[in-house]
Design a protein around this ligand. Structure first.
Ligand code: URA
Length: 237
């Protein structure tokens, strides 16, 4: 890989800024001064330093965000704030994208990565990756809803859902529930409840595959996944 590309990928500036760093003599590769932006390096083997500091190269980034309401799960938008707008520049330079979408008003676990292969596996309908949501629902959620979800309900467009597993945490005028589904149709949780004549008034994703939302993250905060969490996600895919 070209040295200027590697350093630009890592967020050391644009290709032009990186060229200047090289020209200024800030960059050593295996102890030798490198000024040519076209120089090739092996990020896995060569030791690159900038102003004496070693550069750690990596290709992929895996972030867990506690998505706040009011932002959209897209990489860019002309009008709306996106989850990418919430990232620090040193993370955004890796060009992560959200793995699947949460509605603008939905909160909770959102995985952001630039690992297209992992994203594809997690989103593939064939993999049936379970996703668990917490919801507050208007009306009393009951045993019949549990049964109906387990059998699959018919959505407004005629689609027959796969079984969903509903747990009632509190039933009353409004009900607190947890629902686990293995699909990701547009507005699926809301539409499943609509199929039962009920309305979701709050929705938060708690888990995706074996990855659980870190509840210490405030809304809008994010952190990198631990190596263990990345492994868990890959195992479960
Ligand atoms: N189901 C929904 O209805 N909305 C979401 O954001 C996620 C799942």
């Amino acid at each position: 890989m070209r040295i200027d590309k590697m350093l630009a990928n890592l967020g050391y500036g644009s290709r032009k800024e990186v060229k200047k760093l090289l020209k200024d003599g800030a960059v050593l590769v295996n102890g030798s001064l490198i000024k040519d932006a076209k120089e090739h390096v092996n990020p896995d083997e060569d030791i690159v330093t900038i102003h004496g500091e070693e550069v750690v190269y990596r290709e992929f980034i895996y972030l867990m965000m506690n998505k706040p309401p009011g932002v959209i799960s897209a990489t860019e938008d002309t009008r709306e704030e996106t989850v990418i707008d919430l990232l620090e520049i040193e993370d955004a330079v890796f060009q992560p994208f959200p793995v699947g979408r949460l509605d603008k008003d939905t909160e909770g676990l959102l995985l952001l990565t630039n690992d297209g292969q992992l994203a594809h596996q997690l989103l593939s309908p064939k993999k049936h990756v379970p996703k668990t949501y917490f919801a507050v629902v208007e009306g009393e959620v009951d045993e019949e809803d549990i049964q109906a979800f387990e059998e699959g309900v018919t959505l407004d467009d005629g689609y027959e859902t796969k079984p969903g597993y509903l747990k009632i945490l509190k039933a009353g005028q409004t009900s607190d529930i947890e629902l686990t589904i293995t699909e990701g149709k547009f507005h699926q949780v809301k539409r499943m409840f609509a199929a039962r004549g009920k309305r979701v008034i709050y929705l938060k994703r708690l888990s995706m595959g074996k990855l659980q939302l870190d509840e210490t993250l405030e809304l809008g905060e994010y952190r990198e996944l631990t190596e263990e969490e990345v492994e868990l996600l890959k195992e479960g895919r």
